[in-house]
Ligand binder design. Structure first.
Ligand SMILES: Cc1ncc(COP(=O)(O)O)c(C=O)c1O
Length: 502
């Protein structure tokens, strides 16, 4: 199997490997069952990092081209038999018919994880969901019944693409209380904020355009950017948010079409961008005339400290597109998000949205409008903050046992996540297998980077599991970490105070 990589190319190294191996498989040069070289060997042969090969193999697996099993390596998969769901009557080889753009958006890590999360014996610290038992189901039922009585069948008809007008008015009033002055016409109601990411990228980014993202960044933005064939440039995040000194250098050398940032309780790192950095970012973006996409699902969930104004609240040039969601506070299944932008942007995005779903769910919008305008939101939010800050503290206490092994983290002031740096010597593929053995799921840090990082990280969610599950889950996780540290780096179990987990 011959692979030549071009270090000067703008195409990431792992992508070059994926493209070449895919070409060899589809041309028949690599037959079914052919064993790809072990990751370590290929990495050595190409003089690159092993995690780059790992990422490439994962993507090939996600594209359905190879299979991999712990202990048996990675081999070329048989072409899918034409099953009924694959178009069995015509027997078309669907996988091979998917265009390059579609195949770029496979995310095997996340898919594997969600599979693991469905197992009843697994404690999930992986997904970013609110706690189901804290959701105001009874209240929503009452609001729903009242809507049926007051509004009747029209509540189930279509509404404008930009959103139900009274909800846009309510949202614009609510945004003003957060320092964001905007008219209802500048608010676009979305089917979840993920749709906002897709629409903004579709509206602004042509193939080959540069997009600046934080490193690490929200895992769900990466497939959107891959699908758009964007050139992604990462700017590291530290505990004060995006490094604006490094952003300044990027902006001097590149002309990005978009800067994507999560300034408040960043997913995954939990970082909160300092006010000074927010001002610097806006100043840089204004000087270089680059739009900023501010993704803000978590700022309402603050457990310590005082609120810092959003970029949108600080924006004096109309260059920030603000995005938020009800998924982290209320029901993610309602699929409702909101976007705030200057009118021409809202108009263009609404046209694109029309082509994909006409409008967000009318029923959901009516429910949300009543929930907000009947004054339920603030008391509910106060209860959430108390419950989630207790869970955050439970996770902090449980992680203490990992310190002796070299696990490092910073306690987040808000949001849903702990971002942990793992000790040297952790074998990432072994960690996933060990976590599955002990029954715990987490998000591997590399899923949050466009280019795989040298250092191993993981993201842990504390909103969804109960405090007891947090304690058990973190205990299991630390055991998995201990097992996946290469023998020469591994401390004995007693030294890290771990009970055996079976
Ligand atoms: C930063 C960020 N952006 C967007 C989303 C998508 O959320 P929604 O459910 O509103 O589509 C999430 C969900 O995890 C998120 O964390």
């Amino acid at each position: 199997m011959q692979i030549v990589i071009d270090r000067q190319s703008k195409v990431p190294l792992y992508r070059q490997i994926v493209d070449r191996v895919r070409e060899l498989i589809l041309s028949g040069a690599l037959p079914e069952g052919f064993r790809l070289p072990p990751e370590r060997r290929l990495a050595e042969a190409l003089g690159i990092n092993r995690s780059t090969v790992l990422t490439a193999y994962r993507e090939l697996k996600g594209q359905g081209l190879v299979d991999s099993h712990v202990g048996r390596g990675t081999s070329v998969r048989a072409p899918a038999a034409p099953a009924a769901s694959d178009g069995g009557t015509t027997g078309l080889p669907w996988r091979q018919l998917f265009c390059e753009r579609a195949l770029r958006v496979q995310e095997p890590v996340v898919r594997d994880l969600l599979e693991l999360t469905e197992r009843r014996d697994v404690i999930s610290l992986a997904v970013g969901l609110p706690a189901p038992e804290l959701l105001p189901l009874e209240l929503l039922r009452e609001i729903f019944v009242r809507l049926v009585e007051d509004v009747g069948p029209p509540m189930l008809l279509h509404c404008p693409t930009e959103g139900h007008t009274p909800l846009r008015e309510t949202l614009s009033r609510w945004l003003a209380t957060r320092g964001m002055r905007c008219s209802p016409a500048e608010v676009l109601v979305l089917s979840g904020s993920q749709q906002g990411l897709d629409l903004v990228v579709r509206a602004l980014v042509d193939p080959g355009d540069v997009v600046v993202v934080e490193e690490p960044t929200y895992v769900g933005m990466l497939p959107v950017l891959r699908g758009a064939q964007a050139r992604v440039v990462g700017v590291p995040v530290d505990e004060d948010g995006m490094r604006t000194d490094l952003l300044a250098t990027v902006l001097e050398h590149q002309r990005p079409k978009l800067i994507y940032t999560l300034p408040t309780f960043q997913n995954p790192s939990g970082a909160e961008m300092a006010l000074r950095r927010r001002r610097e970012l806006l100043e840089l973006a204004a000087r270089h005339r680059v739009p900023v996409l501010e993704d803000d699902p978590y700022s309402e969930l603050r457990y310590d400290g005082s609120p810092v104004p959003s970029l949108k609240a600080l924006d004096r040039n109309g260059q920030v597109i603000y995005l938020s969601t009800v998924s982290k506070l209320l029901f993610p299944g309602l699929r409702l998000g909101l976007l705030v932008a200057p009118r021409p942007v809202v108009r263009q995005l609404a046209l694109l949205k029309q082509g994909s779903d006409l409008h967000a769910s009318s029923v959901g919008q009516l429910l949300l409008d009543r929930f907000l305008s009947d004054g339920h939101y603030e008391p509910y939010l106060r209860r959430l903050r108390v419950a989630y800050s207790q869970r955050r503290d439970a996770m902090d206490a449980a992680l203490e046992a990992g310190k002796a092994m070299g696990v490092r983290w910073k306690r987040p002031r808000g949001g849903f996540y702990y971002w942990c740096r793992l000790p040297d010597g952790v074998e990432r593929s072994r960690l996933l297998a060990a976590a599955s053995d002990v029954g715990v799921a987490f998000l591997p840090g590399e899923a949050c980077f466009f280019e795989p990082p040298e250092q191993a990280y993981l993201r842990l969610n504390f909103s969804y599991p109960s405090p007891t599950q947090i304690r058990d889950g973190v205990g299991r996780l630390l055991e998995a970490v201990r097992r996946s540290i290469r023998v020469e780096h591994r401390p004995p179990a007693e030294a890290v105070g771990m009970p055996p987990v079976v």
